[in-house]
Ligand binder design. Structure first.
Ligand SMILES: *[C@@H]1O[C@H](CO)[C@@H](O)[C@H](O)[C@H]1NC(C)=O
Ligand SMILES: *[C@@H]1O[C@H](CO)[C@@H](O)[C@H](O)[C@H]1NC(C)=O
Ligand SMILES: *[C@@H]1O[C@H](CO)[C@@H](O)[C@H](O)[C@H]1NC(C)=O
Ligand SMILES: *[C@@H]1O[C@H](CO)[C@@H](O)[C@H](O)[C@H]1NC(C)=O
Ligand SMILES: *[C@@H]1O[C@H](CO)[C@@H](O)[C@H](O)[C@H]1NC(C)=O
Length: 550
């Protein structure tokens, strides 16, 4: 799961000069060890994430010693449930105390873009969504800095918009990549590399060259190097070495926040090495943001609807990741050029050109007219539909102009446009949340933005059509539930999506962001497309920070 909301104006003062790569998470409470193992196995809470987000009431060594004592008195060193519960209430407190609410000081109640929305109902609704930003601001309490050993939360000095507590430049400064979340147990797992594009957008909006100078060398190049050093593979095709990227996390342990799920999944596997491989690949799946999906299954397991044990994320070269890195390379070239550093710009131009060749050698399929994920085990493409197959259109990363239009024809013939509420994540109903019938806001956005940049009227019209469907879906669900959801079902009259490891989340940063962006871009012609549906079911608009913050 990934959420991209950052308040850049607040991070501009951040110092990023001293960076030390930390060791992997060594907490014997939150990341490994018998307390984690026994508490999670006892399933005392609905969600495994609950325990690893709890705050300690005493120093870690005291808690560890107390647990050691307790285990010694217990049969087989296994603490019975009643004592385990007593131990937790003595030494832990419930999650949530690490944050305080915060209102962005630069928030305006009537931003200009509202005036461009013709449909009155949509305009009022956009104003409501816009006001949600005020309720989604959070700041990490000073106590987390003063007593960091008592929290799994990582202290960051700057407030954030949630969900998106994970996305801050200060975390980047500490790790050299943007970690998967703001908790110590997410260390070593990155986010997809969006940082350069965020800085580029910020620069385009502000023309702040000081900001750019500061972050370009210290931050953006470092993120790029991380991806090239730690997440790239070289593949030989027709005698030439091609380098592309993948999601890959070299930590062969269960995810602390989904501990029992991961243990149970591995139970059927006979070989210990298989466990480690599976856990690494589940983490790589989390790193991709598509956690989880049949997209990451072994070849042959995608169609026959097997389980998550078939996940082999690290053996796949994903189209969207490589398109994103291509866009990073172009952004880095352009930002260096803006700063007058022609030599560095040329290096990134060359990197982008090499990637383009690699993408076309490995991922492009001329017959289908689209790009597909490449499987490193079978040395073949997965000819499955995913919106990510059109990511190179969004990234404008293809060599022949007609490829973009061919991709439009591919999309039209894919069967993915037949649903009233948006484009599904795949056409496979696996029970995983990044599959049919769920539609996710960032994927709609990527498709619409890509299509809208193509020259043909047909592509532009399709972009508008998808924007209209998506706005209608968001609007109908809002009318019914008074909430914005993290994902929607492609069928029915505006209903939230389901499936996956946790309950559907309300809120929701990226949903609000995509809806507002589309209302800004197409406000003159979009309509709510329906009579208002009476709101029978009033779900609370927000859920607590505990649930929202990953
Ligand atoms: C653990 O046991 C030792 C030895 O019996 C005792 O001195 C110590 O106070 C105990 N510690 C805790 C935290 O219960
Ligand atoms: C302790 O372990 C032994 C051997 O693994 C097992 O037979 C026994 O049932 C266990 N006892 C308890 C109370 O779990
Ligand atoms: C990235 O690779 C370098 C060199 O192999 C290694 O030292 C470093 O620990 C890796 N970083 C992560 C986060 O895996
Ligand atoms: C699914 O297909 C794969 C590859 O053909 C096979 O190994 C696996 O056993 C199949 N699983 C099921 C549940 O049919
Ligand atoms: C595949 O399996 C999942 C989980 O068991 C189930 O929810 C889903 O409906 C199945 N899909 C199909 C097409 O049978």
């Amino acid at each position: 799961m990934q959420k991209l909301m950052v308040c850049f104006s607040l991070v501009a003062l951040l110092a990023c000069a001293v960076t030390v790569f930390p060791p992997p998470c060594e907490s014997e409470i939150y990341c490994t060890g018998p307390i984690l193992h026994q508490v999670q196995k006892a399933k005392l809470f609905d969600d495994d994430k609950y325990f690893v987000d709890m705050k300690l009431r005493a120093a870690p060594d005291i808690v560890l010693l107390a647990f050691h004592n307790l285990s010694n008195e217990s049969p087989n060193m296994t603490v019975p449930v009643a004592q385990l519960q007593e131990f937790l209430s003595t030494y832990f407190e419930k999650p949530g105390t690490e944050f305080e609410t915060w209102t962005p000081p630069d928030w305006h109640d009537k931003p200009k873009f509202l005036g461009g929305i013709a449909d009155q109902e949509l305009r009022d609704w956009a104003e409501k969504i816009h006001s949600l930003w005020k309720s989604l601001g959070r700041k990490v309490r000073a106590d987390v800095q003063d007593h960091s050993e008592l929290y799994s939360q990582i202290y960051t000095p700057h407030p954030v918009v949630v969900p998106g507590g994970h996305f801050f430049l200060s975390l980047f400064c500490r790790y050299g990549f943007v970690p998967n979340g703001g908790r110590i147990y997410y260390e070593r797992r990155s986010q997809p590399p969006f940082l350069s594009l965020m800085v580029e957008s910020y620069y385009q909006a502000t023309k702040d060259k000081e900001f750019l100078r500061w972050y370009l060398g210290l931050t953006l190049e470092k993120e790029y190097r991380f991806w090239m050093q730690n997440r790239s593979v070289s593949v030989k095709v027709n005698g030439a070495e091609r380098v592309l990227n993948r999601y890959y996390v070299q930590v062969g342990l269960p995810r602390p926040e989904s501990y029992t799920d991961d243990l149970e999944l591995a139970e059927g596997l006979t070989d210990g090495n298989d466990n480690e491989q599976l856990w690494m690949d589940l983490k790589a799946g989390a790193e991709s943001g598509w956690d989880f999906s049949s997209r990451w299954y072994k070849e042959g397991n995608i169609r026959n609807n097997t389980t998550l044990t078939a996940t082999r994320t690290s053996q796949i070269l994903p189209t969207d990741l490589n398109a994103l890195l291509c866009r990073n390379e172009k952004a880095l070239a352009s930002l260096h050029r803006i700063m007058g550093d022609g030599d560095s710009a040329t290096l990134y131009d060359k990197a982008a050109a090499r990637r383009l060749e690699a993408i076309e050698a490995l991922l492009w399929d001329a017959e289908s007219g689209a790009w597909f994920d490449y499987n490193l085990m079978t040395h073949s493409k997965h000819f499955e539909f995913y919106p990510s197959n059109l990511a190179p259109v969004w990234a404008q990363c293809y060599s022949q102009p007609e490829m973009g239009e061919q991709a439009v024809q591919y999309l039209k013939g894919s069967g993915a446009l037949q649903f009233p509420n948006g484009v599904p994540t795949s056409l496979r109903e696996s029970g995983q949340q990044w599959d049919y019938p769920n539609a996710w806001p960032p994927l709609q956005h990527m498709l619409i933005e890509g299509l809208s940049k193509l020259p043909s009227e047909e592509a532009k019209q399709l972009a508008f059509d998808l924007a209209q469907r998506w706005i209608k879906t968001n609007w109908l669900a809002y009318m019914k539930y008074e909430a914005m959801f993290e994902k929607y079902d492609v069928n029915g009259d505006g209903k939230p999506g389901a499936g996956g490891e946790y309950e559907v989340q309300l809120g929701f940063g990226w949903t609000n962001g995509v809806a507002l962006q589309l209302l800004d871009q197409y406000g003159a012609t979009l309509t709510s497309g329906s009579r208002a549906v009476s709101s029978g079911l009033l779900l609370p608009l927000f859920i607590s920070a505990t649930l929202m913050l990953q």
